[in-house]
Ligand binder design. Structure first.
Ligand SMILES: Nc1nc2c(ncn2[C@@H]2O[C@H](COP(=O)(O)OP(=O)(O)OP(=O)(O)O)[C@@H](O)[C@H]2O)c(=O)[nH]1
Length: 325
């Protein structure tokens, strides 16, 4: 890949399970006046790239990787997007990839390692302190969560507001046993000091570990042939309507979400505030309906994700039909 300025571009991969706080971190980064020209590549698991719209609203240059989970289509979509980014005018000073919540971030970082234009700054992985233990107890998803944690150069133990200090101590100690090489930072709303995100000293601590370059060439050549497929583990369903929705009914849905739903998010138009877009969020104990401040969409869309085995969205559909005004 030739970049017209002939310079290398630092690349950071932000990973972590569904709803752990990746978009929150990236929006925080983009809102900093120290972000410079940052290009963000976003990959959502689900048919609607909700994150792309949320991140674009925060002021970043975004490219959505729409072809399913990025580590399942790594050879094509991601490489193409990286070429587009390196050809941007002016050239970005930093590239951040937000992986989907089911992706293995280290596989994605390896694409950067084999590209001479990119210098991989490291892999940051968000961990939801309020749900990670439950996820590790579910044999269907524990492997996804563990791979993500093991991929980290820096772990952000997020959502500290939702657990007690004893939980934080226990989780910290567990994480440091799982990945002794990673630095661990406790956070609320993914709020970590800028120095940890970008300072050169800290960047050294998030450099890919020694074993990665040894493996990367082999992995990069084999990945498009045999990536980890997520479709058989996770299922998504998207609800769409052009009618206004009732806030009370959506609130009820958030309060009574069937336990198999791992994640739901969407951009909707409410009957009570039809001019503005409302963001609906469900991620374990984080549940919210809040205005984005942007114009309301013509079509409201909400994406639901669960494990494939449990993927029965009929009850949710019923409730949503009663929410249509
Ligand atoms: N209580 C609480 N909620 C948080 C915290 N960090 C993020 N959230 C909320 O958790 C929800 C999910 O956050 P996102 O940043 O969208 O998570 P994500 O990892 O990008 O989600 P996916 O891309 O869908 O995997 C949102 O409603 C956030 O506002 C936190 O520290 N505490």
């Amino acid at each position: 890949m030739i970049n017209q300025a002939g310079k290398t571009i630092p690349l950071t991969v932000v990973g972590g399970f569904l709803g752990s706080g990746k978009t929150t971190l990236i929006n925080r980064i983009l809102q900093s006046d120290r972000a410079g020209r940052t290009a963000v590549l976003v990959n959502d698991f689900g048919s609607v790239n909700v994150d792309e719209r949320m991140i674009a609203a925060a002021g970043g240059q975004t490219i959505a990787l729409t072809n399913g989970c990025v580590c399942c289509s790594i050879g094509d979509d991601l490489t193409e997007a990286l070429i587009r980014v390196s050809e941007m005018h002016p050239v970005p000073e930093w590239i951040v990839i937000e992986t989907s919540g089911v992706a293995d971030p280290r596989q994605i970082a390896q694409v950067g390692v084999v590209d001479p234009i990119l210098v991989v700054d490291g892999v940051m992985v968000l961990v939801d302190a309020s749900t990670v233990e439950a996820h590790m107890e579910d044999s269907r998803i524990a492997d996804t969560v563990l791979r993500q944690i093991e991929a980290a150069d820096m772990l952000i133990l997020n959502k500290a507001d939702l657990v007690g200090s004893a939980d934080i101590t226990r989780l910290r100690s567990w994480l440091s046993r799982v990945v002794p090489e990673a630095t661990i930072h406790v956070a609320m709303d993914a709020d970590i000091p800028w120095e940890l995100v970008r300072s050169p000293d800290v960047a050294r601590s998030v450099k890919p570990r020694g074993r990665v370059p040894d493996q990367c060439v082999k992995l990069a050549t084999t990945m498009s042939a045999g990536p980890v497929e997520h479709d058989h583990i996770y299922a998504t369903w998207t609800y769409e309507t052009s009618r206004d929705l009732s806030r009370d009914k959506l609130r009820l849905l958030l309060d009574e979400m069937p336990p198999h739903v791992l994640r739901a998010k969407g951009l909707v138009r409410l009957e009570s505030e039809p001019a503005v877009e409302t963001i609906i969020q469900f991620a374990g104990h984080s549940r919210a309906l809040k205005s984005s401040g942007r114009a309301a969409p013509d079509v409201s869309r909400i994406v639901f994700i669960s494990t494939s085995e449990d993927a029965d969205f009929a009850a949710i559909r019923e409730l949503l039909l009663t929410a249509e005004c």
